[in-house]
Design a protein around this ligand. Sequence first.
Ligand code: PGA
Length: 253
Amino acid sequence: MSRHSSRPLILGNWKMNGLSTDLPAIRNIDEIAGFYAGVEVGLALPFTLIPGGAAMLKHTMIGAQNCHARQRGAFTGEVSAAMLVDCGASFVILGHSERRQGQSEDNDTVRQKVRAAIEAGLKVILCVGESLQQRETGQADAVVRRQLVESLPNAPIAAPLLTIAYEPVWAIGTGLTPDAQAIEEMHRVIHDTLQSIGHPPSTMPRLLYGGSVSADNAADILRLPLVDGALVGNASLGAPSFSSIIRQASCAT
Ligand code: PGA
């Protein structure tokens, strides 16, 4: 089992950050992405910036951080996968722990959203990861396995439509990261689980690591054989730090 043969994928998750005044920073990131063509780069922007970003960027995929499970209807305040495609998004992050916790999204809800996103033509970045308490009580592998099995539709979704991001909840925004061995072990658990639910090695989704990835630790994480890229929160907000991570990904190939 080795690194996925396709380009490493570096995704920025801007969460609830960014105004139209940040579009020049997004353009800077796009220029860097164009320079490092061996790395696939994407930005998951707040809904409001997706049309502006999509109209401007040449080398960077634009995505969203959530969608509704239904394509239309009386769901005040919601945005459907079809609407995301319509305004220029090509991917969506689903199952992020901030939504699982803050918006009470369970695996069942996430699975319905995954199905809706794929039907609408979006690529899906599915997030999984254990809490600190779950890790400390030895449940991490079982939790992640269960999130995968229950958040994915029955029929396997082939790469490149599906990417899995392993994001331990306790590592997000804390400056803490698992050690290399823990990341490798969990990526192996994810790989084996995907195989057990019908993903042949030839269609294995890329596996990203996320949680406090920074310009300082990216090289060490990205060189791990089972890590195909990174999902980056805080460090994606500044063009210098995100560019550094993209450059380090290009060296890790
Ligand atoms: P972080 O966030 O890099 O700020 O820890 C990652 C994420 O939530 O996707």
